[in-house]
Ligand binder design. Structure first.
Ligand SMILES: [Zn+2]
Length: 154
């Protein structure tokens, strides 16, 4: 993303306590946008401090909760069923490939030297799948981790 897109995305954010990773990375690497975002945040904070009326926090929280409820499905365009189905196919194929005639014939021909490249291919498939899963559901995962932090950290 270029600087203009980053700044327009930054302006679209309602709650600056959580800035998306893509924008954070750009702000880390781009001094111009970092300076502009600092000025923007400073301006917003000073406007907030001088506001004639401040909504009670319970109203803000209930409005934000309703907005999050409406946008809850917007985290990922891919349904959980499809993620589970694709992971099941990957794991089933890893198990079933050991019983295929072609795999058995190739294993007989090349012996144990075939197992290592096969394991590398399977490991790459799992790693790619997990990287895409985390990349597509990053926001939801961070939210879930924060929600269940007290259980995870026990
Ligand atoms: Zn920039």
């Amino acid at each position: 993303m270029n600087c203009e897109k980053i700044m327009s995305k930054l302006l679209e954010i309602d709650d600056y306590s959580h800035i998306p990773l893509k924008i954070k990375l750009h702000l880390l690497l781009c001094p111009k946008c970092r300076r502009e975002s600092a000025i923007l945040l400073h301006s917003l904070n000073s406007m907030k401090a001088d506001a004639p009326y401040c909504a009670p926090s319970w109203i803000e929280k209930s409005i934000i909760a309703k907005i999050e409820e409406q946008n809850a499905s917007g985290y990922s365009n891919i349904s959980p069923f499809k993620w589970i189905a694709s992971s099941s196919i990957i794991f089933a194929s890893i198990i079933l490939v050991n019983y295929s005639n072609t795999f058995i014939d190739i294993n007989k021909e090349f012996g144990k030297s075939f197992s290592i490249p096969m394991a590398i291919v399977m490991g790459s498939a799992i790693t790619s799948y997990l990287a895409i899963l985390v990349g597509c559901n990053y926001e939801a995962m961070i939210k879930a981790i924060n929600k269940y932090r007290h259980i995870i950290l026990k």
